[in-house]
Design a protein around this ligand. Structure first.
Ligand code: OAD
Length: 258
């Protein structure tokens, strides 16, 4: 049954003139970064209103940095998994237009994806809250965080979108354009619980795209939209789809990458 769906997804991607991927935290779980709402999810440990809202950061940055340091350490040491590599291979094969990701870990780019739209920003750069000067995450030592700007004395904040903050306009514009002009959207490892990101599969569907969902668990809100769900881990399913595509093109399977 699952194998049938994997073969169907391969056929649908081959038929589609434009396919985009919309990814969430689930795709990075196999890289050791927990998701938000799963059994081991970050929001089980930290209340997002207290740790992920911009007002909370402005009120008590040192408190929010307790969570951010944990994320920071995980993200800096994480490596892409076969799901990230599989999407990069699809792009390389000319079968994937872009990856729209809600993730801030940079793992799609690390796997080789080139057209990545970071809808919720990135953890790899940080800005001082007042003067907005940027720092590279790699230039910082974990033990020096949280840090204050020597000039404006405000705290450093990762360039991720906190609740209460707007989506960067470029990401917003590009991702809706990609969704609206796609014929197929792979919705991977997201509970689609956070708007406006969650509106992207809806918009794609309204404009006639096929929605192919890949998730460990059925998610009622997406199940209503999706044409079919391939239930299981992204790190297993995406390489299997790529393998089927290669097979149907008479190509050799790609050697394991991760
Ligand atoms: P969630 O934690 O809400 O959802 C992750 C989904 O991935 C769940 O449906 C899991 O079942 C699924 N999953 C877990 N492991 C998987 C695996 N190995 N393979 C496939 N699926 C797997 O994370 P997001 O939907 O990404 O925003 O959360 C959306 C936003 O909520 C985040 O970007 C973040 C958060 O608050 C902000 O902070 C603004």
């Amino acid at each position: 049954m699952k194998q049938d769906l994997i073969q169907k997804a391969a056929r649908d991607i081959l038929r589609s003139k434009k396919t985009v991927a919309f990814t969430g935290a689930g795709i990075s779980v196999e890289s050791g970064i927990p998701d938000f709402r799963g059994a081991q999810g970050l929001w089980k440990k930290y209340d997002p209103q207290e740790y992920a809202h911009i007002d909370a950061f402005q009120k008590d940055p040192a408190k929010v940095w307790l969570m951010l340091k944990e994320m920071f350490a995980l993200i800096l040491s994480a490596r892409p998994n076969p799901a990230h590599f599989g999407l990069a291979q699809l792009e390389e094969m000319g079968l994937l237009s872009s990856v729209i990701t809600q993730n801030v870990d940079g793992l799609h780019q690390a796997a080789g994806s080139r057209n990545v739209i970071e809808y919720h920003g990135t953890h790899w750069t940080l800005s001082w809250l007042k003067c907005r000067e940027k720092r590279e995450a790699r230039s910082l030592r974990l033990e020096d965080l949280p840090a204050r700007c020597p000039k404006c004395s405000s705290f450093l904040k990762p360039d991720v979108v906190f609740f209460g903050e707007p989506i960067p306009w470029r990401a917003q514009t590009l991702s809706f354009h990609e969704a609206e002009t796609s014929q197929a959207m792979l919705v991977i490892g997201t509970s689609a619980a956070v708007y406006p990101a969650a509106a992207l599969p809806m918009r794609a569907k309204e404009r006639g795209a096929m929605i192919i969902e890949i998730n460990k668990d059925p998610i009622p809100s997406i199940d209503l939209l999706s044409d079919y769900l391939i239930c299981g881990s992204a790190g297993e399913i995406i390489p299997a789809i790529v393998g089927e595509i290669r097979k149907s093109r008479g190509e050799e399977p790609e050697p394991a990458t991760a």
